[in-house]
Design a protein around this ligand. Structure first.
Ligand SMILES: [Fe+2]
Length: 286
């Protein structure tokens, strides 16, 4: 299996294409569109790169996988799907509970909360065949309830925002229905039970201290050196440190536009009668 990596510097997001050179079978993980928050305008530079690679390599795209409903960038899944209509969008079935929460927060009466915006809702331990690629879903709630990691061909784990590079730690757990206890259990009882030599690929790399981009480590390295959660960390230690750190973090800059689009599988709202689309912005006292 080969892995093509794309780094979206404005949001520090990694997008991956996992593919088989011989059979041409492929999946995309976490594609991104560009969004300018100042002008509330979008463009497809980052997504086009992904599509062009798929086209140039004549890949047969089976799935467009979301590791979760992202709160920091807008999904490029609809754009990729437009170019590869046979590809199925996929996310963990707990997206339904994320939809339920944000339907309330954003007061979007029309939002369906049955996950039907996605082509496939995956479950923990589900095995999915994408041609010659064998995908196993590993539900890893904590950062959000709908987070999942995807193990492909027993060779590569796409870890989303569960674990990052060992020098950065784990995803935050302070979003609605996030839980540091859940993340601890997801990592300790699921990811850290995988073989030490298994390579994992992170959903983000924030380049701590300005270091060069890194996006791949091993389960063994995270168990030994993850700054927030090694194999020796107790649940109480992790939860206390995670919650303390999360209390210091700002709300992600693109939270409101990202989450309202991503819970709708990245699909845009209908244009209003003047032909323009609008996003919602709760306006509250600080
Ligand atoms: Fe995230």
């Amino acid at each position: 299996m080969d892995i093509k990596v794309f780094f979206h510097k404005p949001t520090f997001t990694l997008t991956y294409i996992a593919y088989d050179q011989e059979t041409k079978d492929a999946v995309v993980i976490d594609p991104v569109i560009d969004y300018n928050a100042n002008s509330a305008s979008y463009s497809y530079e980052a997504t086009k790169e992904v599509v062009e690679f798929l086209q140039n390599e004549s890949l047969n795209l089976h799935y467009i996988i979301e590791t979760h409903a992202h709160a920091d960038h807008i999904s490029g899944a609809p754009y990729v799907k437009e170019k590869f209509p046979q590809a199925k969008t996929m996310i963990h079935e707990n997206i339904k509970s994320v939809q339920e929460v944000f339907k309330g927060v954003l007061n979007i009466g029309s939002l369906k909360t049955d996950g039907s915006q996605f082509d496939h809702l995956t479950k923990d331990n589900e095995l999915i065949e994408a041609g010659s690629l064998k995908i196993k879903t590993i539900a890893t709630p904590g950062h959000t309830p709908a987070c999942a990691c995807f193990l492909i061909n027993d060779e590569a784990l796409f870890s989303g925002d569960a674990i990052f590079m060992p020098d950065y730690g784990t995803g935050r757990c302070d979003f609605p229905k996030g839980s540091a206890t859940d993340l601890y259990n997801s990592v300790m009882n699921k990811l850290y039970m995988l073989p030490d030599h298994l390579k994992y690929y992170t959903g983000h790399d924030y380049q701590p201290g300005g270091r060069e981009l890194m996006y791949q480590s091993t389960i063994g390295a995270s168990k030994a050196n993850n700054v927030r959660l090694t194999a020796e960390t107790t649940e109480a230690e992790f939860v206390a440190a995670r919650e303390k750190r999360d209390a210091e973090l700002d709300v992600p800059k693109l939270l409101l536009p990202s989450i309202q689009l991503n819970i709708n599988a990245g699909l845009f709202p209908e244009p209003e009668d003047n032909g323009t689309m609008y996003l919602k912005l709760p306006f509250t006292k600080a």
